[in-house]
Design a protein around this ligand. Sequence first.
Ligand code: NAP
Length: 349
Amino acid sequence: MQSYSVAVLGATGMVGQRFIQLLAEHPYFELTCVAASERSAGKRYASAAKWYLEGEIPEAVRNLEVVPVKPEKVRADIVFSALPGGVAREVEPAFAEAGFIVASNASAYRMESDVPLLIPEVNPEHLDMIEVQQERRGWDGAIITNPNCSTIMATLTFKPIYDAFGIEEAVVATMQALSGAGYSGVPGMAIVDNLIPYIANEEEKVETEALKILGNFNGSEIEPASFKISASCNRVAVLDGHTEAIFLRTSEEATPEDIKRVLRSFRAKPQELRLPTAPPQPVIVREEQDRPQPRLDRNAGNGMAVTVGRVREDRIFGIKYVVLGHNTLRGAAGASVLNAELLVKTRKL
Ligand SMILES: NC(=O)c1ccc[n+]([C@@H]2O[C@H](COP(=O)([O-])OP(=O)(O)OC[C@H]3O[C@@H](n4cnc5c(N)ncnc54)[C@H](OP(=O)(O)O)[C@@H]3O)[C@@H](O)[C@H]2O)c1
C-alpha cells in the first residue's frame, strides 16, 4: 500500500492527542506535521502539549515543531482536523482550497449539502459527494467529516435495524463522558458527585445528523431519512465512553431476538476492505443484565466497536436497548482515520 503523509490540526487537544496515538502505529499514514494555535506554534510538541493519555508521547512526534494552522505552513497529503468548531469554519475551507483533503471532526461543515458526513460502515457511498463539492466550490481538495460522537454510536446500531425493519421514531438519552468536552471543558468541582443535564448544541446534532447519514445520495444531493429522533443529552462523571439509552419504534414488527440478530451479523465495507482501523465486528451484543459499562466496554475492538446490551421489549416504543462507545476513538479521532482509510482505499487521491 502506498504511504501518505498526514498532519493533525488541533494536535495538542484531547482529540488531537488521540490522533497522534492512532497515527503513530498506522501502517500507511505517516504523521509528519502537527499544528495548533499561536500559543503553541514554534514550540516542540512535547512542551506545547499537556499529554493526557496513557503511555508516552510517540517518539517520532515529541520533537516535531508545532506550526500554526495555515495551509502554507503544512506539508501533507491529508490533514486531520481536531479544531474547535468556530476555528474549523475559517480554517478548513482554506486547506481544501489549497488542495488538501481535510478529514474533520469538527461540526462546522457536517450538515452542508455537499459535504460527506461519513460512518464508513453506514454510508460509504456518500464519498461521491466530493465531486459535487469540488465542482461547486472550485476546490482541488475537499472536506469530509465524521459525525458527532453520540450520533456515531446510535447510528451504527440504527443502520442494520433500519435496513431490516425500518424505523418510525427513536428516542435517545445520552450519558456522555468528560473527555467529550475537551480537557478544560467541565471543571472537576462541577461534575464530581453530580451530572449536568445539558450539553450545548448536542441534542440538535443527535436529532439531525443520523438522518443525513442514513439518507440517500441521488448524485447531486442527500434525501434524508424521514423518521424522527428526540434526544436528551447529559454529561456524567466518566472519563471516556458515551452511553446511550435508545427507544425505537420499528416500521415492521421486530422482537428483541430479531434486533440482536441483525446487530450481531452487521458487517460492512470497512470489514470487507479490511481497513486497518476497522473493528472486525462493529456492533458487539452482550447478554449480561448490567452491560455495557464504560470501564469494561469502551475499548472493545480497540475502541472502534460499539457495545449493545439490555435489548428488550419496550411497552411504548416496542424496542429499547443501551449502546456504548469510546467517544474520542470511535466517536472522534478513530472515526476520521477510518474515513481517510476508506477514501484512499476506494479512490485515487
Ligand atoms: N472530545 C470529543 O470526544 C469529541 C468528539 C467528537 C468531536 N469533537 C470535536 O473535535 C474538536 C476538538 O475537540 P477537543 O475536545 O480535542 O478540544 P480541545 O481539547 O479544546 O483542543 C482544541 C485544539 O485546537 C487548538 N486550537 C484552539 N483554538 C485555536 C485557534 N484559534 N487556532 C488554532 N488552533 C486552535 C488547540 O491548540 P492549543 O493547545 O494551542 O490551544 C488544541 O490543539 C472540536 O471541534 C470538538 O467538537 C470532540
